[in-house]
Design a protein around this ligand. Structure first.
Ligand SMILES: Cc1cc2nc3c(=O)[nH]c(=O)nc-3n(C[C@H](O)[C@H](O)[C@H](O)COP(=O)(O)O)c2cc1C
Length: 208
């Protein structure tokens, strides 16, 4: 019996194999982009936490993400206080106007700016707020990606809230608290708000 010759199939099969490798790489890349966007769009403020403790490695992951933020002139004027002392958390929850959830969060991270960092130029010094806000958003997104819940509770620019946090944490005068972020596992699923509004986008295009 004569054996079938399949040599003519080798080239098409090889092409198909290389093509499928290319398609898979493309898919993996777009999947990666979607994961990032999913984290951004799934984040929602969480104000109720379960009693489950947050592992310290996760806290470090959050802080590493925060410190990866952009920073004007790369001054990195941030400082992060990780508060796990229940008495301090309860005190903050009672003395800050909209942060009652702190009493039941496993921990909180207080994002602060050091106004002694960088150029003591009157305008440049204000960049600590932008730098620390960028760091805060990184932290919130990193938490979402790890299945943790957070909410930005505002401190700066309110003098009374700054004084409350300063006293509770014994902060020196050059360290200004921007916010207090409770961190924990969400007690329930939260639906992210739909915020897309094309009316808020204005295009500047060259006239034809
Ligand atoms: C500067 C700033 C201050 C905020 N302060 C508080 C606060 O004191 N207490 C609070 O519960 N939420 C606070 N939030 C969270 C907002 O209420 C929340 O982001 C907003 O309602 C949109 O909801 P979302 O985060 O779920 O998208 C603050 C957010 C920002 C950016």
């Amino acid at each position: 019996m004569q054996r079938a010759n399949h040599q003519h199939l080798i080239l098409p099969v090889l092409i198909l194999f290389v093509f499928s490798l290319f398609i898979n790489t493309e898919k993996a890349m777009s999947q990666h982009a979607n994961e990032t966007l999913n984290v951004i769009h799934n984040r929602s403020s969480i104000r109720h936490f379960s009693e489950q403790a947050v592992p310290s490695e996760m806290v470090e992951t959050l802080l590493r993400a925060a410190m990866a933020a952009p920073s004007s002139r790369n001054v990195q004027p941030w400082l992060f206080y990780v508060v796990e002392d229940r008495e301090v958390l309860i005190r903050l929850s009672e003395e800050l106007p909209s942060a009652r959830m702190l009493a039941h969060a496993p921990l909180a991270i207080v994002v602060c700016g050091d106004i002694q960092k960088g150029d003591p130029n009157e305008e440049q010094v204000h960049n600590w707020v932008m730098d620390c806000s960028a760091a805060t958003q990184n932290l919130l997104l990193a938490a979402e990606s790890l299945g943790l819940g957070t909410v930005w509770t505002g401190v700066h620019p309110y003098a009374d809230r700054i004084a409350t946090v300063r006293n509770a944490l014994r902060l020196p005068a050059h360290i200004i608290p921007l916010n207090v972020i409770p961190v924990g596992y969400p007690a329930a699923h939260a639906q992210p708000k739909e915020k897309w509004d094309p009316e808020k986008v204005k295009h500047i295009r060259a006239e034809k």
